[in-house]
Design a protein around this ligand. Structure first.
Ligand SMILES: [Zn+2]
Length: 214
């Protein structure tokens, strides 16, 4: 089935709400899915987060002070595993590291990242770090300022597709693990779902006005 034919199938699916008709079309969906496996992102397999790792690790070279623990073994620091998020959040992290660097100079503190990951339970960015000052422990105000820029980046990750960086959202019930996705990547993940879930997936797709495929 070509992509064009697939679109026709999808339109038929979008026109009906009868479960029996949807079930009949599940075979068509599965057939298309099998033939186009390479085009479809498997969100659940999680290995796409690894794909962008080399690119994201460039950030460690750009901000060696923030990522001072990147060469420690994973048993000593979680940073030993690298930056464990999708490449779609690269810009978000660059902005955050820029802000942190400027604040470090201004406040005379050091910020060292302890772990950068996607929080499993929410699908949002988590950036754990330690704030150090030249004269012992940092003051409350310095901690509050650094925490606020980290919190802002984490909050922003709720609306940025972790795969491509376009505007996205989370909370899709068909995904086993919450992930912030744009409509296209959400559609691609839905097509991988089979059997009984397809009905729900397509209903959600229609709700999001998704017609095309990634
Ligand atoms: Zn996307």
């Amino acid at each position: 089935m070509s992509l064009w034919e697939w679109k026709e199938v999808q339109e038929v699916l979008l026109m009906t709400e009868e479960k029996s008709k949807w079930d009949k079309n599940v075979n068509l969906i599965n057939e298309w899915r099998d033939k186009n496996k390479d085009k479809i992102f498997d969100i659940e397999r999680n290995d796409w987060r690894e794909t962008g790792k080399m690119d994201l690790d460039r950030l460690c070279d750009q901000y060696p002070d923030i990522f001072a623990h990147r060469d420690l073994p994973a048993s000593k620091s979680c940073m030993g595993r690298g930056i464990c998020v999708g490449i779609g959040w690269e810009e978000l992290l660059v902005d955050l590291c820029n802000d942190i660097s400027l604040l470090c100079k201004h406040l005379s503190v050091m910020v060292i990242a302890d772990q950068v990951k996607t929080k499993k339970s929410t699908g949002f960015l988590r950036f754990y770090c330690t704030v150090l000052s030249q004269d012992g422990s940092p003051k409350e105000q310095e901690l509050r300022i650094i925490s606020s820029v980290v919190a802002a980046a984490q909050y922003k990750s709720r609306s940025v597709c972790e795969i491509c960086g376009k505007s996205g959202e989370t909370g899709f019930p068909s995904l086993k693990r919450p992930t912030v996705l744009c409509n296209d990547h959400f559609a691609a993940s839905c097509i991988l779902e089979s059997g009984k879930n397809t009905f729900d997936c397509m209903r959600i797709l229609r709700g999001h006005g998704v017609i095309g495929l990634y």
